[in-house]
Write a new protein. Structure first.
Lengths: 338, 339
């Protein structure tokens, strides 16, 4: 870890988030027993496949969903204990940017109106000051004044996402949850956006909770990364060791499945290919939730849920066989036969 | 019925040879040329990747080959020789014999490519019955074999399932089963794994390549993911703003790209080794048809642009069967992918 362990800005403690199913009696546990701490100024990545509960986690963190058990602390205070008015003020510091840049903007508001709106709601300053502030923020995300009076349909996806970032930033938040913010963008635009996120973090001293399904993106931007599977955390570690020597079999499989843009060599490449799909949250598997797809599962895995343990300093994992390398059982690919 | 060379016939030349394919759309005032002089070839059994950002004309190229452009307001010129026959000369009726039988396609969004009100088995059997003289029972048997070939557990039950009750990965398997059930000579896979999770993507890619190899089907693989191209294709094309800008073996191009756009795409990908460093993003975005530059189409975004780039660029053969559309190629060394 870089500098001395700085203060926690976000503490998630044994968090459960449950939804009601189609029938009253049916409960869907989207997030189960998730605990972690995000430090001031860091980028904390959360990675997982669709259905792993990562977006639910992000929404709970900014109080858009109420936990059914456990606790969320913002800077040591529990936002769910605050009164309505207090919570409203508190929310300014904890913002979220969503995946779909189209759905997040009101089609009937101009870009400037959208960026002004959070200031209007918060009632900060005079209207002229708000306008100035919004324009300055648009300028900061590299949108010139000519864009300010356009409507969402008149600008590109990347530009819309910049508007969404400006909208979140204008309240001078301390933590921003970025939920799949670059997923809908082309790779060249995505690179541009990742650079922007890094710049803004330096400039405003922001903390990010960066949620994505794209391992490469998360590893690029994050200091520490948590891996989620079927509603639970399976591994948490600083980005570098996680990428180089993942401990949990799921993380290993995830890394191996990511195609690398490398010059292919004669030998081709082997990879771990998982069987099956992520289990339904309606009927999570017994024991370790990954045991149904795990290539090294033993009988105990089906009965006994593994403990969340600190395997090495700063590296947490929930697996009975943490650190066992998986055999690459996938086919050898040999596209090279020139 | 159009007669095509059968599988066993000794073949001369490429399976698909597209020459100077141009597609224009009428926007109410003028014809806008969206695809311009697209030329490339696919050899029998070969896996060729097409890469580029959205709006570069990758999917449009695929739809043009299959004759799936809108009936009005679209104009297609050029030649598309498939097993020696020019697809551009075929009537709609004749094209129907080609689609699904000789060339088939897997689409990006499996939900919108399947009919929600019919069981998936029926949809696959329909393809069989359209192209072969078989009875319903036999068609169903073939459909079931296809479902089991794509690794769907208990295909007998799966036959009766509706698309809505299948997961994204399973739907994509159904689409692949449908595309390969008639053993086409060419499969066009348009972003077949983009909507899927990475572990499912690995399953589907593995399946596609294995089935392709087993049936000797050539695959034209459209994607924006250069990693997938590096791992699954032998040859690749880079498309930009409706043109092919680079064409060659994956190994050569990734090792040393000749076109600044290909290099730009490679530089935009985050890499583990360069964590937390600045990514070399390509400035600007793909021009829309109405604002297309007259000269090199990439010039406004290119770091290497010069006055002569204002002239239209030809796709020229550079070396060892590589092609590039850049008049400055060879004057600078571009960074490729790591080995």
């Amino acid at each position: 870890m870089s500098n001395a362990p700085s203060e926690a800005i976000l503490t998630v403690d044994r968090l459960d988030v449950t939804f009601k199913g189609r029938r009253r009696s049916q409960l869907i546990k989207a997030v189960t027993d998730v605990s972690f701490v995000v430090r001031k100024g860091e980028t904390f990545g959360v990675i997982g496949e669709s259905g792993s509960g990562k977006s639910t986690l992000g929404r709970a963190v900014v109080c858009l969903l109420r936990p059914s058990a456990g606790q969320i602390l913002h800077d040591g205070t529990d936002p769910f204990q605050l009164g309505r008015e207090e919570l409203r003020r508190h929310r300014r510091s904890f913002q979220i940017v969503f995946q779909d840049p189209n759905a997040a903007l009101d089609p009937r508001m101009t870009v400037l109106e959208s960026v002004c709106e959070p200031l209007d709601v918060a009632g900060l300053g005079k209207p002229a000051e708000r306008r100035q502030k919004a324009l300055a923020m648009l300028d900061r995300v590299a949108l010139s004044e000519e864009f300010a009076h356009r409507y969402p349909h008149e600008i590109s996806g990347g530009q819309k996402q910049r508007v969404n970032i400006a909208r979140a930033l204008v309240l001078e938040p301390r933590l921003i949850v970025c939920d799949e913010v670059v997923a809908a963008l082309d790779v060249s635009i995505q690179a541009d956006m990742l650079n922007l996120f890094a710049d803004l973090q330096h400039e405003f001293g922001l903390t990010y909770l960066f949620i994505s399904h794209d391992l490469r993106v998360v590893a690029h931007i994050s200091d520490r990364v948590a891996v989620m599977y079927a509603g639970k955390l399976v591994e948490l570690a600083p980005a570098e060791p996680l990428m180089q020597a993942p401990l949990h079999p799921y993380t290993q499989a995830l890394l191996s499945a990511e195609p690398e843009p490398r010059v292919p060599d004669e030998g081709g490449s082997k990879r771990i290919i998982l069987k099956g799909e992520i289990p339904s949250p309606l009927a999570p598997p017994s024991g370790c939730r990954f045991h149904t797809r795990c290539p090294i599962a033993a009988p105990t895995c089906a009965t006994l849920a593994p403990e969340w343990q600190e395997f090495a300093p700063g590296r947490f994992v929930a697996c009975h066989f943490a650190g066992t390398p998986l055999p690459a059982q996938g086919r050898v690919r040999t596209p090279v036969n020139t | 019925m159009v007669s095509f060379a059968t599988v066993g016939d000794a073949q001369r030349g490429p399976l698909l040879d597209v020459r100077n394919l141009c597609v224009a759309f009428y926007d109410g005032e003028v014809w806008r040329e969206t695809l311009k002089d697209v030329s490339f070839a696919v050899e029998p059994g070969e896996v060729v990747g097409i890469v580029g950002e959205s709006g570069c004309g990758k999917s449009l190229t695929a739809l043009s080959i299959l004759g799936l452009l809108p009936q009005y307001g679209a104009r297609r010129t050029g030649e598309m020789h498939f097993e020696g026959q020019d697809l551009a000369q075929l009537s709609e009726r004749e094209m129907r014999d080609v689609r699904g039988r000789c060339i088939s396609m897997v689409f990006q969004e499996p939900m919108s490519a399947l009919d929600p009100v019919f069981p998936v088995g029926e949809q696959i059997a329909e393809t069989v019955r359209r192209h072969f003289r078989v009875n319903r029972k036999e068609a169903n048997e073939r459909a079931m074999e296809a479902l089991s070939a794509v690794g769907i557990p208990s295909p007998q039950q799966a036959m009766k399932m509706y698309p809505a009750s299948l997961s994204g990965g399973m739907r994509q398997r159904v689409l692949i089963a449908m595309a390969l059930v008639c053993e086409p000579r060419l499969l066009i896979a348009d972003e077949p794994t983009t909507a899927l999770d990475v572990t499912i993507q690995a399953q589907i890619m593995d399946l596609l390549l294995e089935l392709g190899q087993r049936t000797g089907t050539a695959i034209l693989f459209i994607t924006h993911n250069l990693g997938l191209v590096a791992e699954s294709c032998r040859r690749m094309l880079t498309m930009y703003a409706g043109q092919v800008v680079e064409d060659g073996s994956v190994r050569d191009i990734l090792g040393r790209p000749f076109h600044p756009y290909t290099a730009g795409l490679l530089g935009s990908i985050p890499r583990a080794a360069l964590r937390k460093t600045r990514l070399s993003a390509i400035p600007g975005r793909v021009p829309s048809v109405s604002e297309m530059p007259g000269g090199c189409r990439f010039e406004p975004r290119c770091n290497y642009a010069e006055p002569r780039c204002h002239l239209p660029q030809e796709l020229v053969e550079s070396q060892d069967a590589r092609h590039v559309r850049c008049c400055r190629f060879g004057e600078f060394v571009l960074t490729g992918a790591p080995a």
